[in-house]
Design a protein around this ligand. Structure first.
Ligand code: GLP
Length: 258
């Protein structure tokens, strides 16, 4: 691990045998944060991700709500991204996925849920993105941001080339991202060409970040993220500059690290 640069060190990379155990630990940290804030009558602002990586975290949060009474009444959520164009009801939408895995099963106030919209008119996108950033600011910023990572090194949908100071915006999806999404959409040609994503600056402003990556398919990009020169070519490398970020890996995703 000696070659790992800047502020990410062994203490901030956790490697687990089993992603379920890792996910329980992550959910536990989120639950503690919510409970502490609830006691002080404060809101907790969560930045949420989609894809397969956080599913076990959401499963555990639902269990904590149902079996241990964890309340999400004071929780505000902001999702990272959504395909564009995309209807909320589409099974491939991130709206659908969030409600399916988490939001339908907890006591969150629906007014506190924010997910970029894939169905707004093109000419309204810029304003929508501006307002999304304003909403985050208005509630005092994101306390805890969950992230997965794409094979291009994207966070949210911040594909290579995304700037460190980028904010919520429309982005063109990378070919590899579309190839990875193709099976869900019944073919590459059906994958939307665009997405609306929070920017890297939006993500980096979160007070706590957890990036999770499971499985052999993530081994190359994890190695690259941790050992490359920090640059826009590998957007995820930027989280090495965050003071309070932890990487959760399993043996497979960590298998190419020294
Ligand atoms: C998508 C999402 C990312 C996610 C990535 C990895 O592209 N926009 O936020 O991290 O996929 O997905 P998975 O967790 O399924 O590997």
């Amino acid at each position: 691990m000696k070659k790992i640069l800047n502020t990410i060190d062994n203490k901030r990379i956790k490697i687990f045998e089993d992603k379920v155990l890792a996910s329980k630990e992550i959910a536990g940290e989120i639950a503690d944060l919510i409970k502490n804030k609830n006691e002080k009558n404060e809101k907790t602002v969560l930045g949420l991700a989609t894809g397969s990586s956080p599913i076990e975290v959401y499963k555990e949060l639902v269990r904590l709500h149902k079996e241990e009474g964890l309340s999400f009444k004071n929780v505000i959520t902001f999702n990272l991204d959504e395909y564009y164009p995309m209807e909320d009801e589409d099974v491939n939408s991130y709206h659908y996925s969030m409600y399916y895995h988490l939001l339908n099963h907890i006591d969150i106030d629906r007014n506190n849920i924010h997910i970029p919209s894939g169905k707004i008119h093109k000419e309204d996108i810029e304003n929508f993105c501006y307002l999304y950033e304003q909403e985050i600011k208005k509630v005092g910023g994101i306390d805890f941001q969950i992230l997965g990572i794409g094979r291009t090194g994207h966070l949210g949908f911040n594909e290579p080339g995304s700037e460190r100071n980028s904010r919520t915006r429309l982005i063109t999806l990378h070919d590899i991202t579309k190839i990875d999404a193709a099976s869900g959409f019944g073919g590459y040609e059906n994958v939307p060409k665009f997405a609306i994503t929070m920017g890297l600056e939006t993500i980096m402003n979160a007070r706590r970040i957890i990036l999770m990556a499971w499985g052999k398919g993530k081994a190359d990009i994890i190695k690259e993220t941790l050992t490359c020169k920090i640059s826009t070519a590998t957007p995820a490398s930027i989280i090495r500059l965050h003071k309070n970020a932890t990487l959760y890996l399993d043996n497979d995703s960590a298998s190419k690290l020294d």
